[in-house]
Write a protein that binds this ligand. Structure first.
Ligand code: SAH
Length: 233
């Protein structure tokens, strides 16, 4: 007998509360942004055993030592990109695919890059199953950007960089926005960059805590932990 899926309604209610209390009441009121967070089923992007916490006010582990960010941080970073719907967005750090899905609702096309093949496969599968057709997920070193489709009017990095990878600033379009957490193990500053005719300008937003960006222009395992030791002294 098909009794429907009672959990769907529970999730929908929790999602509505997440949007109201964690996002809107903290000052992010853009209707398109809020609509995207109402629409994307976050519980589909977290491991089965953690679904009951999918709409709580924090990050969650997604395997391989990686995390899906706190909903508010995803919302804040997305709002800083100032998307109007026509953009091609580059995301570095697909992870669960949740941020990519949100971007997919707000931009024309999303290219998301992840270095862990297992996460690429997982994110690709859930995005396909949920019907997001404007998102491409690739397995590569995201610090090199994606020159094939550059320049991008918006770039979002969802892992911590010591400094902004140069290929990414080069692949940012004139007038484009780049949002990234910049710093080390003990914390980073969320930064919003704009490429203007005169060069890049940077705005510091809030302190955040992300997993490291690896790869050619990212943190090596040794330096990430050495930095930790140094700053702990
Ligand atoms: N945006 C994700 C959260 C990302 S966690 C979400 O919505 O779930 C950061 C991700 O960045 C991790 O999955 C990690 O494997 C990935 N990552 C780290 N360095 C990378 C690199 N150089 N290229 C691509 N992905 C990278």
């Amino acid at each position: 007998m098909d009794c429907g899926d009672p959990s769907r309604e529970v999730y929908a209610k929790e999602r509505e509360q997440m949007v109201t209390w964690q996002i809107e009441r903290r000052g992010l009121r853009n209707p398109r942004l809020l609509e995207a967070f109402r629409a994307v089923p976050r519980h589909e992007f977290v491991p089965l055993e953690l679904r009951y916490r999918a709409y709580t006010d924090g990050p969650l582990p997604i395997g391989l030592g990686q995390t899906i960010s706190q909903p508010y941080i995803v919302a804040l970073m997305t709002s800083l990109l100032e998307l109007n719907g026509g953009e091609t967005v580059l995301e570095i750090g697909t992870g669960s695919g949740y941020q990519a899905a949100i971007l997919g609702m707000l931009a024309r096309r999303v290219i998301s890059i992840e270095r862990h093949p297992a996460l690429v496969e997982q994110a690709h599968a859930v995005l396909l199953r949920l019907g997001y057709r404007n998102i491409s997920v690739y397995c590569a070193d995201g610090t090199l950007g994606w020159p094939e489709e550059a320049p991008f009017s918006a770039i979002i990095v969802t892992a911590a960089a010591a400094v902004l990878p140069q290929p990414l600033t080069e692949q940012l379009a004139q007038g484009g926005r780049l949002v990234a957490p910049v710093g080390g193990y003990t914390g980073q500053m969320l930064q919003a960059w704009t490429k203007e005719k005169s060069g890049l300008t940077c705005e510091n937003i809030i302190p955040v805590s992300f997993v490291p960006l690896r790869g050619k222009y990212g943190w090596s395992r040794e330096d990430w932990s050495r930095y930790n030791d140094d700053t702990d002294l």
